[in-house]
Write a protein that binds this ligand. Structure first.
Ligand code: ZN
Ligand code: ZN
Length: 113
C-alpha cells in the first residue's frame, strides 16, 4: 500500500474529527429529517413544486384528484414551478369567495369556482 501524503493525512484527520463530533451529539439532539424526499435534490438544483393544472394547489403526483379543488388531475399535465417562482407568483382575490389565489390559476382552490 502506498504511503499517504501529508495532505491526505490531514484530510483524513479532519474527516475523523468531524465524524467524532457527529458521534458526540446525543441521539435526542439530532434533528430528524421529516421529509427525506425534499432533501434528495442535488445541490444547486432548485426545489420544484408540482401544481394542480387548474387551481395551482400543490399536489402529490401519486394522487388522482387535487386535494384543493377535487378535480381529476390525470387528464392534464401538472404544472411545475420552483419554490421561488411559486412564492413570487402574483396573488389575486377570488371574485367568488374573496380568498387569495394565484393569478394564473383557472380555478379557485378555496371555493372551486
Ligand atoms: Zn386543484
Ligand atoms: Zn374562491
Amino acid at each position: 500500500m502506498k504511503e499517504l501524503t501529508d495532505e491526505q493525512l490531514k484530510i483524513l484527520a479532519q474527516l475523523e474529527q468531524k465524524q467524532a463530533e457527529r458521534d458526540a451529539i446525543p441521539e435526542s439532539q439530532k434533528i430528524p429529517i421529516s421529509n427525506p424526499d425534499k432533501y434528495t435534490f442535488p445541490i444547486g438544483i432548485p426545489d420544484i413544486v408540482t401544481l394542480c393544472p387548474y387551481c395551482l394547489g400543490i399536489i402529490d403526483e401519486q394522487e388522482l384528484t387535487c386535494l384543493a379543488c377535487n378535480r381529476n388531475i390525470k387528464n392534464d399535465a401538472p404544472i411545475e414551478m420552483t419554490v421561488a417562482e411559486y412564492n413570487n407568483a402574483r396573488q389575486v382575490d377570488c371574485p367568488f369567495c374573496k380568498k387569495s389565489k394565484l393569478g394564473l390559476a383557472k380555478v379557485c382552490p378555496s371555493c372551486g369556482k
